[in-house]
Structure formats: structure tokens, C-alpha cells
Ligand binder design. Structure first.
Ligand SMILES: NC(=O)c1ccc[n+]([C@@H]2O[C@H](COP(=O)([O-])OP(=O)(O)OC[C@H]3O[C@@H](n4cnc5c(N)ncnc54)[C@H](OP(=O)(O)O)[C@@H]3O)[C@@H](O)[C@H]2O)c1
Length: 247
């Protein structure tokens, strides 16, 4: 029986948009489980370097690569560099995304397209480019969905629709990429990442949540690690991690 710390040893995990927040927590959890970890960043170069340092201190190989997940060429080059430096890809976590609040009447085409480019096209492109490596390693994809892709939020038409697309992409890829690659999604609810501007909102949401609190980055990372290490017979699933808020 492998110790918990060994479950991803010898594996390479690629997490997009992981210089900060949930992606960073997922990357660190993968390293805690023994994986070599590649992260991508777009703007947050300094934070990405710090995360690489934190990963390396856990005794694993670590690498940060700049990538715009909306851009085919950028994605292709990033995946190639990760495979070259770390030998392949066993687990891809499509984490990079954008979130925005917009009243429906005022939502513009450019806002709609920008959210879809990062949140829906991004996971598609990164998955497609990583596929040869994932197939070779009989790997897994974990997409970051959202409770907003399961429940309609009135002031987030573009975000909710993009995350619903990610949930469907998860199910389509689970069918299309089987039997070699398992594909699942984690759909976080309200996660408290300590943003002072969100304190009042977070308190209100905690009161509405059956578990009477918001989630933590560690709880989301644990759900991603579950799919990263789960029986391969589990595929095409979207797991809400929301303290019951969506019920
Ligand atoms: N936080 C929550 O409560 C929550 C709730 C539900 C779902 N989720 C989902 O969970 C995931 C992580 O959430 P989060 O709040 O930690 O995310 P976040 O901070 O909003 O975004 C994560 C990273 O995505 C990167 N990114 C954005 N656009 C990109 C692009 N075009 N190309 C490459 N990278 C890009 C950014 O990298 P740079 O900073 O380097 O530019 C950013 O740091 C997301 O998919 C999110 O939708 C989060």
C-alpha cells in the first residue's frame, strides 16, 4: 500500500493558471503527493516563480511556463516545453479562467467572447494539445468547472454559460478520450480565499450554505487530487464542492 505522499510519485501534473489562489493550492497538493509539477501563468510571473520555489522545496521537479490559454500557438509551445522538461504529462488540470460580474442588459459581445475564450476554448485547446502525452501515459484531465455552471446566476450569464460548456466538454472528452484518458470536473461553490473586498458577501453566502460556511482552497485541491488518483472507471463526472449550496 502506497503512503499518501507517494500516490503521484513518478507522475507529472500540469496545472494552468496556478501562480495564485486555487491553482496554486492544487499545484502544492500535487507536489505533496509526490508529483513533479508544471504550472502556467499569464501575467503573474513573480508569483509563479514563488510557487516554483515552494514546489521545489517539497523535493519534486517544478517548472513554470508562460501561456495564454486562449492562444493556440502559445498553448502548443507550452505543452511541448512541459513534456520536454518533465518527460510527459500524466494529469492535466485546466484551472485558468476568468470571472466577471455583469448585468445582463449591459453585457457586451467582447465581454462574452473574452470569457468564453479563456474559460471554454482554453480547456479545449490545452486538452487537445496535451492529448498525445496523456494518451501515452494513460492519464487524466481534471477541469475546473463551477457551481455557476450548474446553477444560473443572474449577473453572470457569460461566466455561467462558459462553465456549463466546461461541464459538457468534460463529458464529451470523457467519451471521446476513453479508454486511455479519464476526464472529470470539480465545480467549486463559494470558496473563501481571504479577499477583504468579499468579506460581507462571503458572510452572506455562508449563512445560505447548508454547511454554514464557505469552502477552502485545500478542500478544492483535495477534490482535484481525488480525481487525479481515483479509479479510472470514474469518468465524465462533475463534482460540486459547495457545502450543499447548490442543493
Ligand atoms: N475562486 C472561487 O471561489 C471559484 C468558484 C468556482 C469556480 N472556480 C474556478 O476555479 C478555478 C480557479 O479559481 P481562482 O479563483 O483561483 O481563479 P482566478 O484567480 O480567477 O484565475 C486563475 C488564473 O487564471 C489565469 N488566466 C486567466 N486568463 C488566462 C489566459 N487567457 N491564459 C492563461 N491564464 C489565464 C490567471 O493567470 P495570471 O494571474 O498569471 O494572469 C489567473 O491567475 C477557475 O477555473 C475558476 O473559474 C473558482
Amino acid at each position: 500500500m502506497l503512503k499518501k505522499a507517494d500516490v503521484l510519485s513518478g507522475k507529472t501534473v500540469l496545472v494552468t493558471g496556478a501562480a495564485k489562489r486555487l491553482g496554486r493550492a492544487v499545484a502544492l497538493a500535487a507536489a505533496e503527493n509526490g508529483a513533479d509539477v508544471a504550472i502556467t501563468y499569464r501575467e503573474s510571473a513573480r508569483e509563479a516563480r514563488l510557487v516554483v520555489g515552494e514546489l521545489a522545496r517539497r523535493g519534486v521537479e517544478a517548472l513554470a511556463v508562460r501561456c495564454d490559454v486562449t492562444d493556440e500557438k502559445s498553448v502548443r509551445e507550452m505543452v511541448k516545453e512541459v513534456a520536454r522538461e518533465l518527460g510527459g504529462v500524466d494529469v492535466l488540470v485546466n484551472n485558468a479562467a476568468n470571472y466577471e460580474t455583469a448585468e445582463f442588459e449591459k453585457l457586451t459581445v467582447s465581454q462574452w467572447d473574452a470569457i468564453f475564450a479563456s474559460n471554454a476554448r482554453g480547456p479545449f485547446l490545452v486538452s487537445r494539445e496535451a492529448l498525445p502525452y496523456l494518451r501515452k501515459r494513460k492519464g487524466r484531465i481534471v477541469n475546473m468547472g463551477s457551481l455557476g455552471g450548474l446553477r444560473p446566476w443572474a449577473s453572470h450569464a457569460h461566466y455561467c454559460s462558459s462553465k456549463a460548456a466546461v461541464h459538457m466538454l468534460t463529458r464529451v472528452m470523457a467519451k471521446a478520450l476513453a479508454p486511455e484518458v479519464a476526464v472529470n470536473a470539480v465545480a467549486p461553490g463559494m470558496i473563501d480565499l481571504g479577499d477583504p473586498a468579499a468579506t460581507a458577501f462571503m458572510k452572506r453566502m455562508a449563512r445560505q450554505t447548508p454547511m454554514r460556511r464557505n469552502g477552502t482552497a485545500a478542500e478544492i485541491a483535495a477534490a482535484v487530487m481525488f480525481f487525479a488518483t481515483a479509479p479510472k472507471f470514474i469518468t465524465g463526472q462533475v463534482l460540486a464542492v459547495d457545502g450543499g449550496l447548490g442543493l
